[in-house]
Design a binder for this molecule. Structure first.
Ligand SMILES: Cc1cc2nc3c(=O)[nH]c(=O)nc-3n(C[C@H](O)[C@H](O)[C@H](O)COP(=O)(O)OP(=O)(O)OC[C@H]3O[C@@H](n4cnc5c(N)ncnc54)[C@H](O)[C@@H]3O)c2cc1C
Length: 386
């Protein structure tokens, strides 16, 4: 058992930190903090991240990816600004999903541009009426002659959607024996099959792109279908396993930044004739914040390590995201409390951490769904579907 990063992991972490400071933060800083970044800037960021293997972390080297362990990926993305983590994970997870069970021709056609960040991609599963239960997807892919599908439906809350060049769509081709959607995975290439997409303004992660997509009888070549009908749920689940602790590490990143600010402020600000860091109740806020960060980080690393060891990680991965999101949101709030009124000012950026972190309990399993996954793993009884 090893609880410390080894020297190689520390070097990797440091390399990402340097990349963020030198190349990514200036791009974020020159843009409006409350508006989605221009597409060209997102592409530049993805191309910078591609140099470290972050756009293809889970794609094996044999397919042109970085093929890194999930724990290494987690240690690296923990260093990214949260809005960048979402851009990168949207790209990377779609590359991974395209990799699974696609033909050699499909890999050759789609993966190199995605991995290099030349084309932006995303995965569209969620719909206006379909969220936690993806098996209810209503977007339909119907036969349109021997070589094409006609895709009709809407996708919502999709990371990178409004600026994407390719979208990996989950669509229904009918019902299975249990009356659930028989789902396929289809790559819709915007150049050959145009579709509408627009931004959805949100509470946090405002430099990112969260969008809605509309397919109106969109003709898509059948050659773009990945794998087989019915494998979509399995592929989504496979990638959600590591996504959950990865997203949680973004919350850890934010809570750590909040703690760093709180420690500095507690060592400078005086009230009642002494530094506020010398008041016992302020020390409790700081100690509780540090405890939330340490426990969350360890749980996320443990979940990622379990995935790397090939263990069944459904419970630990759900636990890592649910626990970390609850703990880190509380931690950011406590760090704000240490700052008094300064905590809610825009000047310090704590309010942005608070807003950004509030976005994270929703994707890849809400807290309630994660609780039910943990319950299913403990009891062997699944409670969410009749
Ligand atoms: C930042 C961000 C990025 C996202 N990126 C993507 C993306 O790239 N691609 C994509 O397809 N989607 C994406 N999503 C959408 C996300 O996956 C969904 O929002 C999520 O699955 C929840 O669906 P919903 O919002 O429709 O909520 P619903 O499923 O409608 O849930 C509403 C409430 O009911 C609760 N609930 C639902 N079912 C149960 C149950 N059985 N038991 C108890 N409680 C239940 C939920 O926990 C929640 O509190 C993103 C969302 C966000 C916020």
């Amino acid at each position: 058992m090893q609880f410390q990063l080894n020297s190689e992991q520390r070097e990797i972490q440091e390399a990402v930190r340097r990349m963020v400071d030198r190349e990514i933060n200036p791009i974020l800083a020159k843009n409006d903090p409350d508006r989605p970044l221009p597409k060209d800037d997102v592409k530049t960021i993805l191309q910078i991240c591609a140099t470290q293997g972050l756009t293809s972390a889970r794609v094996p080297e044999s397919a042109g990816g970085a093929g890194m362990p999930a724990l290494t990926y987690g240690i690296m993305v923990e260093q990214l600004p949260p809005v960048v983590l979402f851009m990168v994970i949207g790209q990377e997870v779609t590359a991974t999903r395209i990799y699974y069970e696609s033909t050699p021709e499909q890999k050759e056609r789609f993966l190199p541009d995605i991995i290099a960040g030349r084309r932006i991609t995303c995965t569209g599963t969620t719909e206006p009426d379909v969220g936690s239960d993806p098996r209810g997807v209503k977007t339909r892919a119907e036969d349109d002659g021997p070589d094409h599908f006609r895709v009709t439906g809407r996708k919502m809350w999709i990371t990178n959607a409004s600026i994407c060049d390719l979208i990996n769509v989950t669509a229904s081709v009918g019902k299975d024996a249990r009356g659930l959607a028989s789902m396929i995975r289809l790559i819709v290439d915007r150049d050959e099959s145009p579709f509408e997409a627009h931004e959805i303004p949100t509470l946090g992660l405002r430099q990112g792109h969260l969008g809605e997509v509309a397919f109106d009888h969109c003709r898509v070549p059948k050659a773009n279908m990945l794998g087989e009908a019915g494998d979509a749920a399995r592929v989504l689940t496979l990638t959600w396993l590591a996504n959950r602790p990865i997203i949680a590490l973004s919350a850890v990143h934010m809570a750590q930044r909040a703690l760093d600010l709180a420690l500095r402020y507690a060592g400078e600000r005086q009230q009642f004739g002494k530094l506020i860091g010398g008041h016992q109740l302020v020390q409790k806020l700081l100690a509780d914040t540090a405890m939330a960060i340490t426990t969350s980080r360890l749980l996320c690393y443990h979940a990622l390590e379990s995935i790397d060891s090939g263990e069944r990680a459904n419970q630990i991965s759900a636990m890592a995201k649910r626990y970390s999101l609850e703990a880190c949101q509380r931690a950011i709030s406590m760090a704000m409390e240490v700052h008094g009124a300064m905590g809610i000012s825009r000047e310090l950026g704590l309010e942005q951490l608070f807003r950004d972190c509030r976005m994270l309990p929703i994707p890849d399993g809400t807290n309630q769904i994660l609780t039910l996954i943990e319950g299913r793993e403990l009891t062997g009884i699944q409670a969410y579907r009749a």
